[in-house]
Design a protein. Sequence first.
Length: 231
Amino acid sequence: MTRPWTATVLTIFPEMFPGPLGHSLAGKALQRDLWRLETVNIRDFTSDRHQTVDDTPFGGGAGMVMRPDIVAKAVDHAVQEGAPGPLVYLSPRGVPLRQAMAQDLAKGPGVVLLCGRYEGVDHRVIEARGFLEVSIGDFVLSGGELAAMALIDACVRLLPGVIGDEASLKEESFASGLLEYPHYTRPQVWEGRAVPEILLSGHHAKIDAWRREQALSITKSRRPDLIGTSG
């Protein structure tokens, strides 16, 4: 039997998982074994009674840094136990997480995610183990756990069988290089605001053209950097 897509998370807070991933689409898919979630507690690889994973930075400065020897032991354990997929370190300085990356990761066997804390992880372990650094945005979180959840959710929803109507994935933001067009449903008039008449026409070609025009307009206004990357 083929092993389902697996997310392996290395963290000092394994109790944070599955968290939101245990609900909605991802949670239902987890229950159906369409994907798996494994956690590795980095503190299990310490040798002192306080389970210390960090130390002061060389060169001085504020904060603490996660030790490479301890993190490496956790990483090597996960790999030796068969954790599938590339090694990813969630970091504000990483390459941006894009839909294309989520699609590529979802096509593979899984992903191994390292969640940093404090000032981050000693860079030597990132280099030595060949981690890809990935960022979910130009902001800083208290740790990599929430970023890991975002990455996992972005991948899981792309797995076969997770979303009932898989055709809807083709019309989402970024699927065609554009932001998604606006959506409307009942009531037809709400607080004096009516649904655009074109959507009530039943003329699917004109509706498709209108939606494309809306997508282009919104993208030009909010994310002009995406223009030129769409088909």
